[in-house]
Design a protein around this ligand. Structure first.
Ligand SMILES: NC(=O)c1ccc[n+]([C@@H]2O[C@H](COP(=O)([O-])OP(=O)(O)OC[C@H]3O[C@@H](n4cnc5c(N)ncnc54)[C@H](OP(=O)(O)O)[C@@H]3O)[C@@H](O)[C@H]2O)c1
Length: 276
């Protein structure tokens, strides 16, 4: 039996975050971030080792409050896992700029703010961020999401290079995972989808793929197993990919931009031709 640690997880109410909560709480104390009050009882039902805390990454006051709660309750954080995330999609030429700012609030700035506030509690500790294959930046119509994940990776990698503390920082970049994220992203982008003119075929294709991904993506356990291994590794890497699609995205992203753009345009044309 390993030593009992304090693990902090944001976005613990669903998908990858909830699955992490289930696994980590078998041995450790898990501080589990929620934003929907209705899901607190579900979190508590996982294990007596789960301590829910409220955090909405769009609300800076709630981030400060959450960090303070953990300071008082835990004192020290062994592993901080920044999981919470959402997707803003559409054609970049007409997505409302407020939505793009929100994308960065949730996927990038909120995590950075929360991490900065918890840094005094992190020493001999690990930070694990759930980034995405989208961080490789080659997916049209979800560019706010790609950019938010890339920015997350750049800033945390910089923190890793700059810090005087004994902390490891790892970015986990999954490909498509079967979670409710896909259905939610269709609902949350309804307005921008309605306002997207001139891209009907592309948007239909994106929606169709999102619906399929929720069922046919990899199992959340693929990500969870990797994170459990990172948590146990005394010298974890700074970046990991999960799934063949993520590895392909990583490889393709090394091509010169002109080649990459040609490849993506060709791929999109071919897919649109054969989609319904
Ligand atoms: N699924 C994939 O294919 C995939 C691939 C690569 C990377 N990822 C990344 O993996 C992470 C987890 O996603 P998932 O697939 O497990 O999706 P999910 O099931 O939708 O879980 C997302 C979690 O983030 C929370 N969240 C959303 N907005 C928030 C906000 N403003 N403040 C605080 N919490 C918020 C959600 O809370 P609610 O329950 O209240 O909605 C939920 O707990 C995300 O960062 C996502 O970008 C997912």
């Amino acid at each position: 039996m390993s030593e009992k640690k304090n693990i902090v997880i944001t976005g613990a109410t669903s998908g990858i975050g909830r699955a992490l909560c289930v696994e980590f709480s078998k041995e450790h104390t898990v501080y589990a971030g929620y934003r929907n009050e209705k899901l607190v009882e579900d979190l508590k039902s996982i294990s007596h080792n789960v301590i829910p805390f409220y955090i909405d990454l769009k609300l800076p006051d709630s981030i400060a409050f959450a960090a303070n709660f953990i300071k008082v309750k835990a004192g020290h954080v062994d592993t901080l896992i920044n999981v919470a995330g959402c997707v803003v999609a559409g054609a970049i030429e007409n997505i409302d700029i407020k939505r793009i700012r929100e994308q960065f609030e949730v996927n990038t700035f909120g995590h950075l703010d929360f991490t900065q506030r918890l840094l005094p509690l992190l020493d001999d500790s690990k930070i694990i961020n759930i980034s995405s294959k989208a961080s490789y930046g080659i997916f049209p119509f979800v560019s706010p999401y790609c950019a938010s994940k890339r920015a997350l990776d750049i800033m945390f990698n910089s923190m890793l290079l700059e810090t005087h503390k004994n902390i490891s920082i790892s970015s986990v970049k999954p490909g498509v995972i079967a979670t409710p994220l896909w259905g939610k992203s269709i609902d949350e982008n309804e307005e921008s989808i309605k306002n997207t003119h001139g891209f009907d075929k592309e948007i239909d294709y994106i929606l169709e793929s999102a619906r399929k991904n929720e069922t046919y993506g990899l199992d959340t356990m693929e990500v969870v197993k990797l994170i459990l291994a990172i948590d146990k590794d005394p010298h974890p890497k700074s970046s990991y990919t999960v799934g063949k699609d993520a590895k392909l995205a990583q490889w393709i992203s090394k091509l010169p931009q002109e080649w990459l753009n040609k490849l993506i345009k060709y791929g999109m044309r071919a897919r649109l031709k054969y989609s319904k």
